[in-house]
Design a protein around this ligand. Structure first.
Ligand code: SF4
Length: 125
């Protein structure tokens, strides 16, 4: 974001989805439209280092659940999501992992594990 630039964001911290306007001014960021303080933190982070929790699926060798839902344990830099998705396309789960089990440790050295979010391999669903 350049000086004097404006950027509209939708806060994703809570379901209210406030429309936040961020303006870069000489004295710093001017943030408006947020209904609470958490929106300020969201907007500042979104402008300086946006992060997201990645939710996706990973292949397994098990016919009862050929793919298993997974997510990052915590948030990763938004610009790394495509790279992590490409890596996860190469991963195949070969053990009957349950909810919370680590499917990929410290993904791409980002300090976050990929964890399983389903018990499909253990429940027979
Ligand atoms: S600014 Fe506050 S109220 Fe609005 S969406 Fe963000 S967290 Fe929710």
């Amino acid at each position: 974001m350049n000086r004097d630039e404006r950027r509209a964001l939708t806060c994703i911290v809570c379901p209210n989805g406030c429309r936040i306007m961020v303006e870069k001014q000489a004295e710093g960021l001017k943030i408006t439209g947020n209904q609470c303080k958490r929106g300020i933190g969201f907007a500042e982070a979104e402008i300086t280092h946006p992060t997201r929790t990645l939710t996706t699926t990973v292949r397994t060798i098990f016919p009862q659940a050929p793919v298993l839902p997974v997510r990052t344990r915590g948030e990763i830099p938004k610009e790394k999501i495509r790279e992590v998705m490409a890596f996860l396309n190469t991963v195949t789960i070969r053990e009957p992992l349950g909810i919370g089990a680590v499917a990929a440790e410290n993904v791409l050295g980002l300090g976050k594990d990929i964890i399983v979010t389903s018990d499909a391999l253990n429940s027979g669903v």
